[in-house]
Design a protein around this ligand. Sequence first.
Ligand SMILES: NC(=O)c1ccc[n+]([C@@H]2O[C@H](COP(=O)([O-])OP(=O)(O)OC[C@H]3O[C@@H](n4cnc5c(N)ncnc54)[C@H](OP(=O)(O)O)[C@@H]3O)[C@@H](O)[C@H]2O)c1
Length: 296
Amino acid sequence: MPHTRAPIAELKIGFIGAGRLGRALAWSLDAAGCRVHAVASRGAARAAELAAPIAHCLQYPAQRLADECDLVFITTPDGAIQAIADELQWREGQGVVHCSGATEVSALAKAAADGAMVGGFHPMQTFADPAAAAKSLPGSTITIEAQGELSRTLLGLVECLGCAANQLPPGMRARYHAAAGYASQYINVVLGEAVRIWQSWGATEAQALPALVPMVRGTLASIEAAGLAKGMPGPVSRGDAGTVEKHVAALSELDGDTARLYRELCLRSVSLALAAGGIDPDKAARIEAILRVPQA
Ligand SMILES: NC(=O)c1ccc[n+]([C@@H]2O[C@H](COP(=O)([O-])OP(=O)(O)OC[C@H]3O[C@@H](n4cnc5c(N)ncnc54)[C@H](OP(=O)(O)O)[C@@H]3O)[C@@H](O)[C@H]2O)c1
């Protein structure tokens, strides 16, 4: 009988890789009443750190962990996942999952060939400080890619963690992970652009961020309340072509690159404004004409 058919709280869970995500996830599963049985990592210090707050969590070589655990999370950097799956012996009915957003589940082909059930378990959250990340995990979404019994087990874990589940079809991971970047690191890039513009009149990042970040929070609240189109603020949403023209002229005075990115992003906002019903096609065409003509 597959081991993953045991009740979720009885599954022996193991972690190979005790980094930022491994520690946060292991601690969260332990706090949710799951049985984190063992950890294996490259360095003993990190493994000890993962195990320390968990009662009866053993530190093992990876093969012994794979032999004893019903469900193994490979939480090493993406580049090491396939090598670990390839070098270990797996067994019929156990679950083997990785937590990478962009790596296809086929990286675990050796485990599948040995009879294990393989899958992906990608928390859509940022894990910089593991203790802080463990606190911010509830309420996040975890993307599951698995079939049958393993899928049911992973969905059960998602529920235990107080998270929401998103299911991804095979072959979509790189596309899905690229999309996640827009809700993650590209926020840094967009705010970096705003800060660079502030710096053009002598303001510092330390002055700009406290002014800009509350606006980001307000925009997110507006998106959550009204959706992307109706929750979009700004001159394009109001059909204010004159203000868009001033923006383009002002940024073109700075440098061509700054104006080019602004025009590109602003053009993408026109279809949202149309979808929200805030502007009509004539107004949209007028704004698009301003944005498509590079300023001298
Ligand atoms: N961090 C995030 O925000 C985040 C978010 C979602 C998904 N993920 C995914 O989670 C996974 C882990 O990322 P991370 O940020 O936690 O990485 P990380 O902080 O760099 O930790 C990786 C851990 O794996 C260990 N390790 C490396 N090679 C190993 C090997 N061959 N055998 C055993 N252990 C090994 C490292 O050991 P040492 O400490 O001894 O070097 C380290 O503890 C990745 O697949 C990543 O894509 C990360």
